[in-house]
Design a protein around this ligand. Structure first.
Ligand SMILES: Cc1ncc(COP(=O)(O)OP(=O)(O)O)c(N)n1
Ligand SMILES: Cc1nc(C(=O)O)sc1CCOP(=O)(O)O
Length: 489
């Protein structure tokens, strides 16, 4: 029987998870929903009961041509005819990534067919786990395994569910290209009201291709990055993408006007349920926490789920992230609830997001930066990074900081650029940012501009003017204008 690890169900018989349901029925429903391996994991029952249940489960899994694995007990595996046994590393009393890596390598050398890599995220299902490694930890382990002579399959485990499975798969992929073969879940299926649709939904989102290819520019040097920018702007304005901004009410009107001037179709809906219908159009989503209310986070999470499921980009602008306990909590919930392609904020906001997602050892917990996420730290110099490349951008004008909404509009522009140019996220954001900041410089240089009041309409005109030129393939607006510098990591 082939071992397809893509959706690996680990059972749990505790009342908190099984909630009085019959384990065999739950497993059969999950099999109907598409799970590809089942592990019977029961730490409490005596040997007689274990064998009885394992035999019943095996009868069911065989009908679906899916292997049954028994947790810990070789004797129960033999007695029930199960296809395999899952053994742990009891002596692994370490939280150090280097030691965890060594354990993984040892397990492969000793002949393991697959490895469970965890604990990815903290989970109430198993509270005695040694180390929360995040996707950054999984990535390190995958890279170590890629250097071994013998190849081994892997699944990630711990706190994985519908809202994070996509980013777990994408963010764990090592520099070497080694990827997870699947994910193992307990509560996301075993505790679901409808285990069949829970499994189906997880499978569906796993099949959504990455929103972005991982192409890197041939060289990260600023001169070569710059040459790509006008072409990206032309591509975006020709595509006329949709950008759905869940933006703060103070700036909504201005941001919508910037988007229209920039050749983008803005949708300013705050209604999370609506995102299901909006996300199918290939646009980007922007979550801007500026005027957070008690209802906002629930609405944001619904929208993030819809865009993540459709493989369309999501931008987080964690406005005022560190200012109050409510905002700190909101950031934490959002980071755990979905996948962001771009996180944009000032230094304090980015620090808050990073702090919210790191543990005492400094390893990341809820979200991991890497080549698949871009961070834009805004200021008099903007810093843009995808984990491999760091670019300092010194364009823009002081007048941008004299009016409300000019920072928020950057998030919306970036959401549109990420949606319409999918080859390279860092380049998409860089192109949107440079178009915006060069327009600001052009506006500020006008004789008619005396201050913020005259700057704003001139700024909209200059964005519009660049877009007109770009749509006709004219790149003169950009020549000699980029003030960017590549910073070595
Ligand atoms: C697929 C998968 N991966 C990891 C584990 C955890 O195994 P282990 O460390 O042996 O811990 P227990 O399951 O015995 O608590 C797993 N069971 N399945
Ligand atoms: C059985 C198990 N092993 C883990 C490890 O880290 O080794 S975490 C875990 C429980 C995973 O449960 P859930 O999918 O409900 O978070």
């Amino acid at each position: 029987m082939a071992l397809d690890l893509s959706l690996y169900l680990v059972t749990d018989s505790t009342p908190a998870i099984l909630r009085g349901h019959d384990i065999c029925k739950v497993v059969e429903e999950a099999l109907k929903g598409g799970v590809t391996v089942v592990q019977y994991r029961d730490k409490k029952s005596d040997t007689g009961d274990l064998v009885k249940t394992a035999k019943k489960l095996h009868e069911i899994t065989r009908r679906y041509n899916v292997p049954l694995i028994i947790n810990d007990r070789v004797d129960v595996a033999i007695a029930s005819g199960a296809e395999g046994v899952h053994l742990g590393q009891d002596d692994m009393s370490t939280t150090k990534p280097s030691r965890i890596r060594r354990h993984a390598v040892k397990a492969v050398e000793e002949g393991a067919d697959y490895l469970g890599i965890g604990t990815i995220f903290a989970t109430p299902t198993k509270t005695n786990t040694k180390s929360i490694i995040g996707t950054a930890g999984a990535k390190i382990i995958l890279d170590s395994l890629s250097r071994l002579d013998r190849s081994v399959s892997t699944v990630a485990i711990g706190g994985i569910n519908l809202s994070n499975v996509q980013r777990v798969l994408y963010q764990s992929a090592g520099q070497s290209g080694k990827q997870l073969d699947g994910v193992a879940v307990v509560s996301a299926i075993m505790a679901a009201d409808d285990p069949k649709s829970a499994a189906e939904e997880i499978k569906k989102i796993m099949a959504v291709p990455p929103p972005f290819a991982t192409r890197q520019l041939s060289s990260p040097r600023e001169s070569e990055l710059a040459t790509d920018v006008p072409g990206v702007v032309q591509q975006v304005v020709t595509a006329h993408p949709i950008v759905h901004s869940m933006i703060n009410f103070v700036v909504a009107n201005f941001v919508a006007n910037v988007a229209i001037a920039a050749g983008v179709s803005p949708i300013m809906s705050q209604y999370g349920d609506e995102a299901k219908d909006l996300a199918v159009h290939g646009g980007g989503l922007v979550i801007n926490m500026g005027t957070l209310t008690s209802a906002s986070v629930t609405e944001y999470l619904k929208a993030i789920k819809a865009y993540n499921s459709n493989g369309n980009p999501v931008v987080l602008d964690p406005v005022g992230a560190g200012a109050t306990a409510i905002r700190r909590g909101a950031v934490k919930t959002l980071m755990a609830g979905g996948y962001f392609d771009l996180i944009k904020g000032n230094e304090r906001e980015i620090k808050e997001v990073y702090g919210n997602t790191t543990n005492e050892q400094g390893t990341q917990r809820g979200v991991d930066s890497g080549p698949r996420n871009v961070v834009l730290l805004t200021g008099s110099t903007d810093y843009l990074s995808d984990g491999n490349r760091v670019i300092a951008v010194k364009n823009g004008h002081e007048l941008l900081s004299r009016a409300t909404g000019t920072g928020c509009a950057v998030g919306t522009i970036c959401g549109a650029y990420l949606a319409a140019f999918r080859d390279d996220k860092l380049l998409a954001v860089l192109a949107g940012l440079l178009m915006y900041e060069i327009a600001a410089e052009n506006a500020a240089a006008k004789d008619t501009v005396q201050g913020p009041g005259t700057f704003l309409p001139a700024f909209l005109d200059e964005i519009y003017s660049i877009v007109q030129k770009a749509s006709q393939g004219e790149h003169t607006w950009f020549e000699g204008r980029a003030k960017i510098e590549h910073i070595a990591l």
